[in-house]
Write a protein that binds this ligand. Structure first.
Ligand code: XMP
Length: 583
């Protein structure tokens, strides 16, 4: 399908969000690298240049082909996109006096199609340091804020528009109207996109690619692989589709039963659970370091998958491999910092690699975003409890059960207690691995957490103590391994949290909620539980979310009643500087 809109990715975390919003408005959009030659974009009705972390004058900053501006399509520059447009068209960009991050008020100062129907002062979301100091010849300033004089600019005669703020985020309430104006008024796009309306043609596509062969899936119980599997099941019938689920023993309570029941209800006749619990656990014995855990788990998956492929003769010419790959997974410049790592896991499986290389693979969802996959799943009649599932990492509870080689004591400092438990963080492009600061009770302002992490250089994360059997001064870390006893404890507390957040509806207000077991406690109750509910768009950045106090009270009572649990802690760190997972 030929996209009407291309989003040029200038390295911003928001480029996929822009494309998703465009699709939500009914117009098919794709994401391409910012320097895609204009010739490859022929036929597009509109181009959107995304935001990005760079400065246009920096060496190696994302660039674009200036011929895009003269190709006749409408162009909308957002944030860095506005600066790039100004820079390339003969305007001037300069360092702002200070950055502007957060909410601002926009005054619209010119009547342009982009702002049609939008009246009065508008709340907008800003996140930038550089500013356009001078608009290019032919452009006019179309909006300002108190700190940013050129918050929007345009040359409507050439269909060139730009905004310094982010219309794609929810904090800009008129943002969707601005995008709608761009699509339909400026670019004259037609409505051509509805993910859920494509099931028939997806099924036909599957039949064409399969061409008489059967399809084999490794399923995870997650949304993507289940939807892809279901499409194949409908397209080819249950005799021609095989699913295998690897039980690593690192899954949540009841997970294997859930997946088995789900596939039974889907009408899968060839579905099998490969029990690899013992292998995974013994390979992980004595390992504390997070990336090492990931590596070992990746290797184990490879071995088990090879065994299943060989044993089932799925490598012969009668079979092709099905996968639930979705659109962001296919984009080189996007994805999370972990995308590479997650990818290498899949690619390292030699058997799978051979199937991919010989083109024996079917991935029916590569055009779609997660929300669209959910919509397709809903249309297919998949149960809501499956579609609404939060993301769950491949390495499972192994990276939520923290271990320690040695004993260590808690250190009291003026701001709180430094827990000698290391967690991963992300600052700029680099990862950190540092102890955690515990404070008593919730910080009043989220900025205070950021301030603590900036000021106390030995930490990268802050937790609030919610409840504990002893004072934090009496807590210490002792050697702890990834063993069946601690995994069972984590599974139990995770299940308690899952049930309570589900019953209260809190799980629908958040994007994900890792529950982490850390080896900090007393000799009788050696572990503590960390609650980490976050909100996010795509996992690349995240905000800590505070849950209602009655739910928190109930949870802390229930968790402290679990044998071996010393304290309940609440992670109040955003990403950055903390990652979503602790490892
Ligand atoms: P972080 O911890 O990097 O997590 O902020 C971002 C998102 O990625 C998930 N995650 C993983 N998913 N394999 C996966 O399949 C992994 O090794 C992995 N590590 C983190 C995490 O749950 C969050 O949604």
């Amino acid at each position: 399908m030929q996209p009407q809109i291309t989003v040029l990715d200038a390295g911003g975390q928001y480029c996929h969000l822009i494309a998703r919003k465009v699709r939500d408005l009914g117009v098919y959009a794709e994401v391409r690298p910012s320097d895609t030659p204009a010739g490859e974009l022929a036929g597009r009705k509109g181009i959107i240049i995304s935001g990005g972390p760079s400065s246009v004058y920096e060496a190696g900053s994302p660039q674009m082909d200036p011929a895009v501006f003269a190709a006749g399509a409408g162009v909308l520059g957002i944030c860095y996109g506005q600066q790039l447009m100004a820079y390339l068209m003969g305007g001037h960009v300069r360092k702002g006096d200070k950055g502007e991050y957060g909410l601002a008020k926009l005054r619209i100062t010119a009547d342009v199609p982009l702002f049609r129907g939008i009246e009065g002062e508008q709340q907008i979301w800003m996140s930038h340091r550089d500013v356009v100091g001078e608009v290019p010849p032919g452009f006019a300033v179309t909006g300002s804020t108190s700190t940013c004089e050129i918050a929007a600019m345009a040359d409507p005669s050439r269909k060139l528009f730009a905004v310094q703020f982010h219309p794609e985020v929810v904090h800009t309430p008129s943002g969707l109207d601005i995008l709608r104006n761009f699509l339909f008024d400026v670019c004259a796009c037609e409505r051509d996109w509805n993910a859920a309306g494509q099931i028939e043609s997806l099924e036909q596509h599957i039949r064409d690619v399969a061409a008489g062969r059967n399809v084999f899936f490794f399923v995870s119980g997650g949304v993507d692989s289940t939807v892809a599997y279901t499409l194949c099941l409908r397209a080819l019938g249950p005799e021609r589709v095989y699913g295998a689920y690897v039980d690593s023993g690192l899954m949540r309570e009841g997970e294997t039963e859930f997946v088995r029941g789900l596939f039974e209800r889907l009408g899968a006749t060839h579905f099998r659970v490969e029990d690899a619990r013992r292998e995974f656990l013994s390979a992980l014995e004595g390992v504390c370091e997070p990336e090492k855990k990931r590596h070992i788990i990746g290797e184990q998956f490879v071995q088990v998958q090879e065994r299943v492929l060989q044993g089932g003769r799925f490598l012969d010419g009668q079979w092709i491999l099905g996968q639930g790959t979705i659109y962001p997974d296919t984009i080189e410049s996007g994805g999370t910092a972990r995308a590479d790592l997650i990818k290498t896991h899949h690619n390292r499986v030699a058997g799978i690699q051979r199937l991919i290389e010989s083109g024996r693979i079917i991935e029916p969802l590569t055009q779609f975003y997660k929300d669209e996959v959910r919509r397709i799943g809903r249309e297919l009649g998949l149960p809501e409890e499956m579609l609404a599932r939060h993301p769950f990492p491949g390495p499972g509870l192994a990276i939520r059960c923290l271990c320690s080689d040695e004993a260590a004591t808690v250190e009291r400092i003026a701001d709180g207690w430094i827990l000698p438990v290391h967690s991963v963080g992300v600052q700029g492009d680099s990862r950190s691995y540092r102890p955690v600061l515990a404070v008593d009770g919730f910080p009043e302002h989220p900025e205070y957490v950021a301030e603590l992490v900036n000021r106390i250089s030995v930490i990268n994360r802050v937790v609030a103590r919610v409840a504990s059997r002893v004072a934090l001064d009496d807590v210490s870390v002792r050697p702890a391994a990834l063993n069946e006893q601690r995994l069972a404890r984590l599974r139990r507390v995770d299940a308690i949290v899952r049930k309570a957040t589900h019953d209260s509806g809190f799980d629908r207000r958040i994007w994900q909620m890792p529950v982490v077991l850390i080896p900090a406690g007393t000799s009788e109750h050696p572990d503590s539980v960390v609650l980490r509910p976050i909100d996010s768009v795509d996992g690349m950045t995240a905000q800590a979310v505070v849950m209602p106090s009655d739910l928190l009270k109930q949870l802390s009572d229930d968790l402290l009643a679990v044998d071996g649990v010393c304290a309940v802690l609440y992670d109040v760190t955003n990403k950055p500087p903390g990652t979503i997972e602790w490892e």
